[in-house]
Design a protein. Structure first.
Length: 139
């Protein structure tokens, strides 16, 4: 798929590996008791709290990913950090974080909604017959 695009295979592998690590971080973070900090408040509290936690984890992973690339070149963490701070295209870095924040916010909102409404009811709302959905307008 990448032939002719100019994108090296290692970029796709790095993105895939980072996505898997972030996914694992979300699963592990969900096991922590502090993650569901506001169960009795409106959903926006948990959505905002979880979004902040997940975005901080993603920001850390994104930063470490770039740092690792420069560490391989320099051989020193301090030198890699200086090199990275000088050479990274910060507009791109921030743009990626903004997009990731938007996606994580949507993920958290949907996840909290499904937690409150129930998996079966959400499944029925999306994949059930329209006649069944109109019988119970209080969904």
């Amino acid at each position: 798929m990448l032939r002719g695009t100019g994108i090296p295979l290692t970029t796709s592998l790095t993105v895939t590996l980072t996505a898997l690590v972030l996914g694992k971080a979300v699963v592990i973070a969900d096991m922590l008791p502090m993650i569901n900090r506001y169960p009795d408040k409106p959903l926006i509290y948990n959505v905002a709290w979880k979004t902040v936690i997940y975005v901080l984890v993603a920001l850390t992973l994104h930063y470490l990913e770039h740092l690792f690339d420069y560490w391989r070149e320099t051989g020193s963490i301090a030198a890699a950090n200086r090199e990275m701070l000088a050479k990274v295209v910060w507009a791109h870095f921030v743009a990626v974080q903004i997009l990731l924040t938007a996606m994580v916010l949507l993920f958290c909102a949907w996840r909290e909604l499904v937690r409150v409404v129930g998996r079966e009811k959400v499944f029925q709302m999306f994949f059930g017959s329209p006649a069944l959905r109109t019988e119970n307008p209080t969904i």
